[in-house]
Design a protein around this ligand. Structure first.
Ligand SMILES: Cc1ncc(COP(=O)(O)O)c(C=O)c1O
Length: 372
């Protein structure tokens, strides 16, 4: 919730809209206004479709990639999460004894009840390794419809793409007619108004947004190149959902983006500055109390890590696994009793509601825990 809890302008926009009705079984003007705004902001967005959750919008993107390329395989990366459906819920956090060879990982099922056949069209690879991806694409491009990734891997340790990696993947996709999908469910409208594609200056063919898009209301979007998105009507590629034309969520989305883009995007400067103060404060306290934690990421989203000796960052899931999670979990449990709750996966998110006083209070609680 990028604007924090109960942001006044968003709640007001939603309640004004609610008084006119809750669902109209068709597109609304608000939806069109929001789509126009996203097209103006997001580099890859020429056309938009809305949905109610990131998981659903990912499904539309994957289907569009297959329909466009007329191929079946999708490449995903270890440690990346794209929703909970059978066909993508694979190798998000596989145990090392099942994960296979680092450069040729197994596609590890993540839940009981998952259809094995749904995973047959998925190829799992290590992220941030252009050589391995290039080899695979050269050998199998005739079968590969799409490559999907978190352009910054926020579900595993807030990992940045290595310099040149996104550009390299973009080039491969263009060369071999593969649809590049950025899953910006976390990074969209968070790491910058124009998302990770704006921040890293690499434009995918399709991108998926949710979370920050509507400040906590159930709204997601798939956006992308007209030639691909057009297949939804010219070739009847199916994308449905009773609540896709969610007028309340559209009102929330418009109000959220208006807040985020106000005063030349001052919200991002503030979040980044407060996040930087928090990251620096954490690092200072950890060294004061001789704790081996460090922090990786951006002011708007970051992740503390207990790195193995000799490392100063992690660059993929296997390196993330080498970090000691137990000590951090213990720290978070104590921090929660002091008043600060960290998300289960260990990622810290800033919102525009966090002020300097909140950062100071958090750091006081951290020091209280470290003092023992
Ligand atoms: C990167 C990413 N993609 C997709 C999803 C799924 O989105 P949703 O929970 O809205 O279905 C999530 C959810 O956390 C996510 O982090």
């Amino acid at each position: 919730m990028i604007l924090g809890h109960a942001p006044k302008s968003v709640l007001a926009a939603v309640s004004d809209t609610l008084s006119m009705g809750q669902l109209f079984a068709g597109q609304t003007e608000l939806e069109a206004q929001l789509a126009k705004k996203i097209v103006d902001i997001v580099p890859c967005a020429e056309l938009i479709r809305f949905a109610s959750s990131g998981t659903e919008a990912i499904q539309a993107a994957v289907r569009l990639a297959r329909a466009y390329a007329e191929r079946s395989k999708i490449i995903k990366f270890e440690g990346h999460y794209h929703g909970w459906t059978d066909n993508v819920f694979v190798s998000v956090n596989p145990p090392l004894d099942q994960a296979g060879d680092e450069s040729k990982p197994n596609s590890v099922s993540q839940t009981l009840g998952q259809s094995i056949s749904a995973v047959e069209d998925l190829i799992t690879l290590p992220w941030n390794n252009l050589d391995v991806l290039t080899q695979l694409v050269r050998a199998k491009h005739a079968e590969v419809a799409g490559i999907i990734m978190e352009p910054m891997n926020c579900n595993t340790g807030a990992i940045f793409p290595e310099p040149g990696y996104l550009e390299g993947v973009r080039e491969l996709c263009t060369k071999f007619g593969i649809v590049l999908i950025f899953d910006e469910v976390i990074t969209g409208f968070r790491v910058a108004l124009d998302g990770a594609q704006g921040l890293f200056n690499v434009t995918p063919d399709l991108a998926v947004f949710a979370k920050a898009l509507a400040g906590g209301f159930p709204l997601a979007a798939v956006a992308g190149r007209r030639s691909i998105m057009d297949l939804l009507h010219t070739k009847s590629v199916m994308h449905g959902g009773t609540y896709n034309a969610n007028v309340l969520a559209a009102a929330a989305g418009l109000a959220t983006i208006e807040m985020l883009e106000a005063d030349d995007c001052a919200a991002y400067a503030d979040m980044n500055e407060n996040g930087r103060l928090l990251m620096e404060g954490l690092s200072r306290l950890w060294s004061k109390y001789n704790v081996n934690f460090s922090v990786q990421g951006l002011g708007t989203v970051f992740h503390p890590l207990n790195l193995p000796t000799g490392k100063n960052k992690v660059k993929n899931y296997r390196e993330f696994l080498q970090c000691d999670r137990t000590s951090l979990d213990g720290f978070y449990r104590k921090l929660q009793s002091a008043g600060t709750r960290v998300t289960a996966r260990g990622t810290w998110f800033l919102s525009t509601a966090h002020k300097k006083e909140d950062i100071e209070e958090t750091l006081e609680q951290v020091e209280w825990v470290l003092r023992g």
